[in-house]
Design a binder for this molecule. Sequence first.
Ligand code: C5P
Length: 400
Amino acid sequence: MLENRRILLIVSGGIAAVKVPDLIRRLRERGASVRCVLTESGAQFVTPMSLAALSGDKVFQDLFSLTDESEMGHINLSREADIVVVAPATANIMAKMAYGLADDLATTALLATDKPVMIAPSMNVMMWEHAATQANLTTLQDRGVHIVGPGAGDMACGEVGDGRMAEVMDIVDALGEFFKSRIEHGPLSGHSALVTSGPTHEPIDPVRYIANRSSGKQGHAIAAALADLGAAVTLVSGPTQEIDPPGVKVIAVETADQMLAACTAAKPVNIAVCAAAVADWRVAESANSKIKKSDDGLPQLSLAENPDILATLAHAGKDRPRLVIGFAAETENVIDNGSAKRSAKNCDWVVANDVSAGFGGDENTVSLITQEAAESWPTLSKQAVAERLAARIADHMKNS
Ligand code: C5P
């Protein structure tokens, strides 16, 4: 459940911060990536160096760091995670969260995030039982913050009672449970989805191929977003640098023919999203050995047309997915061309994007074209586009 999950771990200033290195180790053993934000008081208990070494990432500490802000920015820091975990969560940071204070990087990220938040409170028993802390706890719970622990026992301060941070493995298990239950109760649970992503590589000979600049970022993000809403997702992907999205069955292919075969084998599904940049042509007969330069002139390559995977899925008879979505990468007349593609390929929706700025970036400006309307979305991260599309798909599946 934690494989490839991105965890933003906020470490505030309690003695239990000494357990954080072990927490990071356990999370990473389970395939999660951990990025740490360390508060000023947290740094009294654990060093940024140890967190950086164990997380394998930079540790973020300063709201006003010019370098960090230009490279990442506190808003992105909180958004580029699947969950934000505060461990240990002191009485102080809980109070700030309850009141919406944002006076350092940790609290600013907590206020700016649109992601689920889990806290592992850790404090003296009297502080925990204090009416103020209990009121803050209720406020946070009412807002949907997930609470793990605290447990009871001997405390570093010598007193005994509630307030000990949950054991490391209890936090790890709570995170696993969180992702599991989100999938089981998600709006797309019970639905199956097929997503294509990435470019295809069409061999010329054993060492050369025809390809394109697709990064696979958008398709992979869509697969991840659908899985997060509970769909059983098969991602058929051409060669990319992207990591396999959590909880998704990934089938790696190279050519358009292989992609079509994998898509056909993945059916029946009730949702299909074709985000792959499938090569339009392949070399009609690729050579079995490397084509050599010769004095007899240039090699002649004759091309053959590749199958249109989207059109094939969208035209298939009774096992046609209920919702088929295509992409249209256009450099001009984005909406008109996207609408024409929607009809020509018989798909239900088209996500049309302007690629005049080029491929491979982290952001996308798209319009969602349905039979009824064309809706232009603002420029968003590819992840945000994916989440928004997945939410629209979930609405559609509920209402249709
Ligand atoms: O025709 P064009 O390549 O512009 O159409 C783009 C849409 O069609 C995308 O959704 C792409 O994944 C899909 N497509 C496909 N198979 C092809 C060509 C495009 O699935 N051979």
